[in-house]
Design a protein around this ligand. Structure first.
Ligand SMILES: [Zn+2]
Length: 144
C-alpha cells in the first residue's frame, strides 16, 4: 500500500503542528521518501515517533532504519543478511568467502536482535553413560 498525496499532506499538516520547527515541505519529502517502506499508518506511527524526539531538527531520517519503526509492520521485514567480513556481499552467498573457502556458517555471523531470535533447543539422545547414571540414581532412590 502506498501513501497518497492527500494522506501525506494531512500527515505532514499534523506533524507540522506538533513540530513547528519542522517545515511542511520537508515533512512531505520525508514521507514520500519513506512511502515504499510500508502502509500509511506505519509511516504515520514512525513519523510521530521521530516528532517526539526534540533533538531532531528535521524528519529526514524517517526512511532510514531505526527504532522509530518499532512496532510497525516495517520493523518486521528482516533486513538483508550481509557477510560480516564483506558487508557489500550477501551472507551465505558471499563470493569472496566462497572463493576463500570460508564455510557458509562462518560467513553468516550476522546477528539478529535478541528479541527476534528464539533460543535454540538442543536435544540429544542419552548416551550409555547417561542411562547408566540414571539407572544407578533410580536404584539408589529405590533403596533409600
Ligand atoms: Zn564474506
Amino acid at each position: 500500500m502506498r501513501i497518497t498525496t492527500a494522506q501525506a499532506q494531512a500527515l505532514a499538516a499534523f506533524v507540522a503542528r506538533v513540530r513547528d520547527d519542522w517545515d511542511h515541505p520537508g515533512i512531505v519529502a520525508a514521507i514520500q521518501k519513506a512511502a515504499p517502506l510500508g502502509s500509511p499508518a506505519a509511516i504515520g506511527a514512525a513519523l510521530c515517533r521521530l516528532a517526539e524526539n526534540r533533538e531532531l531538527r528535521t524528519p529526514a531520517m524517517l526512511a532510514d532504519p531505526g527504532t522509530h519503526w518499532s512496532g510497525t509492520t516495517v520493523a518486521k521485514v528482516a533486513p538483508p543478511v550481509m557477510c560480516v567480513d564483506h558487508p557489500s556481499q550477501p551472507a551465505r552467498a558471499c563470493p569472496e568467502c566462497i572463493a576463500a573457502a570460508v564455510p557458509a556458517d562462518q560467513c553468516a555471523a550476522w546477528q539478529r536482535p535478541k528479541h527476534t531470535r528464539r533460543p535454540t533447543v538442543v536435544r540429544r539422545e542419552p548416551t550409555p553413560a547417561d542411562l547408566a547414571e540414571t539407572r544407578a540414581r533410580a536404584d539408589r532412590e529405590a533403596q533409600a
